[in-house]
Design a protein around this ligand. Structure first.
Ligand SMILES: Nc1nc2c(ncn2[C@@H]2O[C@H](COP(=O)(O)OP(=O)(O)OP(=O)(O)O)[C@@H](O)[C@H]2O)c(=O)[nH]1
Length: 369
């Protein structure tokens, strides 16, 4: 999952390391950095000899000089001071120019939305040139920390605990699903029904997609396989009325959650809005979830924005993440809509629905797990 993006992010780390290595190699063989660094920080040890041939990552090796008698495995205060004094863990703006340009291109190629890529670059730049550089020991760690914060900043927008939300809401909880056809919306409803059952919540499906021929049969197959009740009306019926019947059924039968499908995009966003507004008026759903496929990349991001503009969504489910190498939609949807991704679809089975956890995704993208 998202392997292309993982490779590109590790490319940035290498770029920065190479760019700072070149700088080191070019440094003059004198301790002329004594005084004040470009950042204005005072030199902790102006006597430290410069060692221009060393790379950034070698700077914390204990050279056995015994200056402060510290543990062999720990970089000594002297060594940290020396690294700092010789500028080896200080990243200059110019060191970042080319790596950041490459990173921007890599993000855009991975279908990360433009404003999201810019936000990531701004955060990386700020973290790498800012105070945090003093707390890390190598360029690799600095890049890692900056990317971690920058990715989390965009991915975790609006996150809430879905399970808590279900647990705390009055029952039945009504969830309406919206999104274009063909992206895995119906399968996701079935998967969520199973996910809820695994956590002790019963659910009923209501087919508000009264627009498309064959929609009833399609969702019926899932309902039958999972042994769930399905509420449906004939094609051409009123979607709000179907979901209303679903809520009535849930109330009468002590069912915890109503999962209401809808017809997705109608002819215009006015139609869509009118449909969802009517559902809002008639059943006042607890959540409206937008479903799209991760593999659609930039198209999925644009649709998420469109649907959120037409009728506010509460969160998103990205399907087919198992088949997506780029990761652009997973990185971008929350930042662009202000609403969180709540689940990833990770396969065709009913169990292939994974709660979206920003920290875990970032760790996996950066190879930290
Ligand atoms: N690999 C993979 N396939 C998926 C995933 N989710 C759905 N699919 C497959 O995508 C295909 C379309 O799924 P459906 O749920 O039928 O999608 P749909 O026709 O868009 O449903 P509607 O949106 O209601 O029209 C099916 O073959 C699903 O098995 C997923 O997370 N990973």
């Amino acid at each position: 999952m998202f392997d292309g993006l993982k490779d590109k992010l590790s490319g940035f780390r290498k770029d920065v390391e190479e760019s700072t290595d070149v700088e080191d190699a070019e440094e003059p063989d004198e301790p002329e950095s004594a005084g004040t660094t470009e950042s204005g920080a005072a030199e902790p040890n102006a006597e430290a000899p410069a060692e221009p041939s060393e790379t950034v990552d070698a700077d914390t090796r204990d050279e056995g000089d015994g200056t402060d008698g510290s543990d062999d495995n720990e970089p000594s205060t002297f060594q940290r001071a020396k690294a700092f004094a010789t500028g080896r863990i200080i990243i200059e703006e110019e060191d970042l120019e080319e790596p950041l340009w490459n990173l921007e291109m890599a993000l855009l190629e991975s279908d990360v939305e433009m404003s999201v890529a810019e936000r990531i670059l701004d955060t990386v730049r700020e973290k790498m040139l800012g105070e945090s550089r003093k707390q890390v020991e190598t360029t690799g760690e600095l890049v890692e920390a900056a990317l971690h914060d920058a990715l989390l900043d965009v991915i975790a927008v609006g996150q809430f605990d879905f399970e808590d939300r279900i647990a705390e809401a009055d029952k039945p909880v009504t969830i309406v699903f919206t999104g274009v056809n063909g992206v895995g919306k119906t399968t996701s409803i079935a998967k969520l029904s199973e996910w809820l059952a695994d956590r002790g919540y019963s659910s009923v499906m209501a087919n508000g997609d009264t627009y498309r021929a064959g929609a009833n049969e399609q969702i019926r197959e899932h309902a039958d396989r999972l042994d769930r009740e399905l509420i449906s009306h004939d094609q051409g019926g009123d979607p709000a009325a179907v979901i209303y019947d679903g809520v009535e059924y849930a109330e009468a039968n002590d069912i915890d959650v109503v999962l209401g499908d809808t017809a997705g995009r109608l002819h215009t966003s006015d139609d869509l809005m009118a449909q969802l507004e009517k559902i809002d008026r008639v059943v006042d759903p607890d959540m409206t979830l937008f479903v799209d496929e991760a593999v659609a990349g930039q198209d999925a991001v644009n649709r998420a924005k469109e649907f959120n503009d037409a009728a506010a969504i509460d969160g998103a489910i990205l399907t087919k993440a198992d088949a997506d190498s780029s990761g652009g939609a997973a990185i971008s949807v929350a930042y662009v809509t202000g609403k969180p991704i709540l689940f990833l679809g990770t396969g065709q089975g009913y169990d292939d629905l994974t709660l979206f956890q920003p920290e875990e995704l970032v760790a996996s993208l950066l190879g930290e797990d």
